[in-house]
Design a protein around this ligand. Structure first.
Ligand SMILES: C[S@@+](CC[C@H](N)C(=O)[O-])C[C@H]1O[C@@H](n2cnc3c(N)ncnc32)[C@H](O)[C@@H]1O
Length: 227
């Protein structure tokens, strides 16, 4: 069972915070150019409740395969897309990005892979390699991966102190860093969202993730075999 199974549809309120809106602006800006090609099959890793799955379809994807480990998050995604005009373009699959799996009809079927808050579920080198192998198994030669993850910094504690105390604190997100990872690789942290009170689901939403230090990621190398 994933800790997201206790979150499910409540997660949607995260996107209504000012922080969520900034994320949307940045993600759209960077991924939309790749969706203007005539045939773009997209894999959405860690799709959650399908917030970006739906938008990827709206922004021009031909098909979207949406993968998540959590039953409740996938149920939320299904509920969002079931009655939408994009329902026939989207397929949902329960899967673990840490277990490299082919999601398309054959290996390397996807032109574009999105991973919004996906890579931050790798807590060490081995898991990061597994996630990139998942991407490698599914991405076409010349395809593009667009990810959203924690900012690569060395002094993670200083970064987060600033994040929580300055203008970022007004965006509705507080990150609590308490548990150091083995080998001083970074932190397991708790993300606490404070959606505006006016929002229907106006309560705090919490989940955990990992923030690996920049020097740790810099040592990260994968040599991919060409299939
Ligand atoms: C912060 S949410 C982001 C959801 C979505 N991408 C979005 O931005 O709305 C992270 C999602 O990653 C999923 N996840 C975590 N670890 C995973 C794994 N190993 N394989 C697949 N999904 C995973 C969680 O279940 C959760 O739905």
């Amino acid at each position: 069972m994933s800790h997201y199974d206790t979150i499910g549809l409540k997660y949607n309120a995260v996107k209504s915070t000012p922080w969520g809106r900034l994320e949307l602006f940045n993600f759209k800006k960077h991924i939309q150019p790749f969706l203007s090609r005539p045939q773009t099959n997209v894999l959405d890793l860690g799709c959650g409740t399908g917030f970006y799955t739906e938008l990827l379809a709206e922004w021009g994807a031909t098909t979207v395969t949406a993968v998540d480990i959590s039953t409740a998050m996938l149920a939320g995604a299904n509920a969002r897309l079931r009655n939408s005009r994009y329902a026939s373009m989207v397929e949902f699959v329960q899967g673990d990005g840490l277990k490299p799996t082919v999601y398309g009809p054959k290996p390397q079927s996807y032109d574009l892979i999105a991973g919004v808050w996906f890579l931050n579920y790798a807590k060490d080198y081995k898991e990061l390699v597994s996630m990139f192998l998942t991407i490698r198994k599914n991405l076409k030669q010349g395809g593009v991966f667009v990810g959203v993850c924690m900012h690569p910094v060395e002094d993670v504690c200083n970064f987060i102190a600033h994040h929580n105390s300055k203008v970022w604190a007004m965006t509705g997100l507080e990150d609590i860093y308490q548990d150091r990872l083995p080998d001083d690789a970074g932190f397991m942290f708790k993300a606490v969202f404070h959606p505006p009170k006016a929002v229907k689901f106006g309560h705090t939403i919490e989940f955990e993730a990992y923030h690996l230090k920049k020097s740790f990621i810099a040592t990260f190398r994968i040599v991919f075999e060409v299939d």
